[in-house]
Design a protein around this ligand. Sequence first.
Ligand code: PLP
Length: 425
Amino acid sequence: MDYFTYHDAELFAEEVPVRRIAREIGTPVYIYSLGTLRRHFRVFDQAFARIPHLICFSMKANSNLAVLRAFVNEGGGFDIVSRGELFRALRAGADPKKIVFSGVGKKREEIEHALASGILMFNVESEQELVVLNSIASQMDKRAPISLRINPDVDPQTHPYISTGMKKSKFGIDIKRSMDGYRNALALSHLEVVGVDCHIGSQLTSIPPFVDALSRVKIFVQALRNEGVRIRYLDLGGGLGIRYREEEPPHPEQYAEALIEELHGLDVTLILEPGRVIVGNAGILVTEVLYVKETEEKKFVVVDGGMNDLIRPALYGSYQAIRPVTEAGNGKIVADVVGPICESGDFFAKEREIARPKPGDLLAVMSAGAYGFTMASNYNSRTRPAEVLVDGKDFYVVRARERLEDLILGEVIPPILEYAKGSEV
Ligand SMILES: *Cc1c(COP(=O)(O)O)cnc(C)c1O
């Protein structure tokens, strides 16, 4: 359920015509619907209302400050994976006591900052990280609250690049070794074991892998309690999928229902780290058609957005729906929708049946709110797009389009290169 709908053949974001935003702000542009963001957050949060829980939005899906602030206002916390994300979360007004820190490669300075900020919990992903964390905490005369990220060896049945909880994955600690891991953690004086964590993957479209993972993680909570360890948090990560095309992912309520049942009254605060399910369908990328190229074999619709703006199709071969911003009724064509970047992987769609466009038309790449802007780059020295937040009849630029000067920020020509060819004496 989102608020991108047609009225009289014009695509609207809530009550604002998408065309108007494109005209005023230019293209490519990301447009987020505040109503949709709030609605998705609330539906997810309320699905767990019956039990103690904390929703830590996974910031890597969408880390725009305005989007984060919207979730802060809803009482949400954050799942962060870097110092940069900590910086953003705090800037957005997040309560550090609602921040969990995940990631396999936390550096010392990142750990120091997170510890100094007083975050809720470190989701530790290796035994070496335990030792490093303990030594930093000891130097800072603090105790670091931790959980171990357990790799429960569950197949989430999703794209291999976003599958993270199987035996051969780089993430977490193998479930067979995790009891030893916990014993090691308990022996370290500046750590406080407070939870158990796992995250098995992204864009999951069925419930059983989640329940499977939870049942395995639950055993740990019980085993640890038997050893007298006070476990307060069970963090089940994120991963609930969305509909890009024909997927039929479970509704958050069904997901919550299944998890609450499996928890079976286990006395913990359940932490969830949803990303995509909250923001994915709350955003679109609007791009302008530059050329329509027809060869004997194929048709190409060349647009002004590229893989640097939205990399999912190029990276995972993902499907993103593409809709006309104005429905013109000129029939359909089958074409590749491609960007201006000098790579054959630069496409938004292949052999796709779309409304026949002409140069100057606007296209909306749907479901672009998650892993869209956050994965954007400056490849081909392209300035990254603007981000716009729509609220009812109003819209706000929440990130200005980058300027050319932003492209060379921090670059320096050293003095040895000072002289142009021919100018040396
Ligand atoms: C990416 C990630 C998430 C969010 O995944 P979604 O599929 O976007 O819900 C949550 N937790 C961790 C540890 C992650 O790496």
